[in-house]
Design a protein around this ligand. Sequence first.
Ligand SMILES: [Ca+2]
Ligand SMILES: [Ca+2]
Length: 221
Amino acid sequence: MKAYYFNGGLLALVTKRTTFYVGVCLLGTAVGCSHRAARLEPPTLDSAAAASAAMAAHDTNGDAALDENELQTVPSLFAARADIDKDGNGIISQQELASRINFWQESRVAIMPAYCRVTAKNGLPLAGAKVTFEPEPFLGDALHMATGVTGTDGVASMTVAEEFRPSPRISGVCCGLYRVRISRMKNGKETVESRYNVDTMLGTEVVPNAVPNYFFRLTGD
Ligand SMILES: [Ca+2]
Ligand SMILES: [Ca+2]
């Protein structure tokens, strides 16, 4: 078991990557743990600027909110809409998005483990697929792309590049909104439909302190 320490006293405990349904345990302090703490800082995001940029890019009718039709163009927000739409009116307002970004920041979680399970149309694990989490452009350049490759169990352990990690032993993804691309090349050709990679309709939110499992079934229909 590995322990990841976060500045501010939050701790996630994660079992080995081959176990998809891992547990995340949150502790108010690191008291009682024998592992050595690594000081990590979460990326700094300007929530107001990011929410404004999201509206500039996707609010086509100019009402400072994203309705269901507009959300269809932002896979990550569409996937996370139930959690971000706090007043439950079916639209994500500029303020609701800014509040969600503040929620990531206030969590003080610097990096979260993330495990993706990918299955093919037949429901079986898709091995050898490259999974990419690409930060939504409206979040600016503070977040970094994360990648992983699925094993025979269809599970990929996602991480940012080593240069963005405080230690090679610490891997994971920063909290945020990501477009998800899944690619599996064979003999130089892409075997996964474009709507899962170059024209992706997949997205997700990496939520602080949530169970770090992400499931993508490529339905092909
Ligand atoms: Ca709108
Ligand atoms: Ca709302």
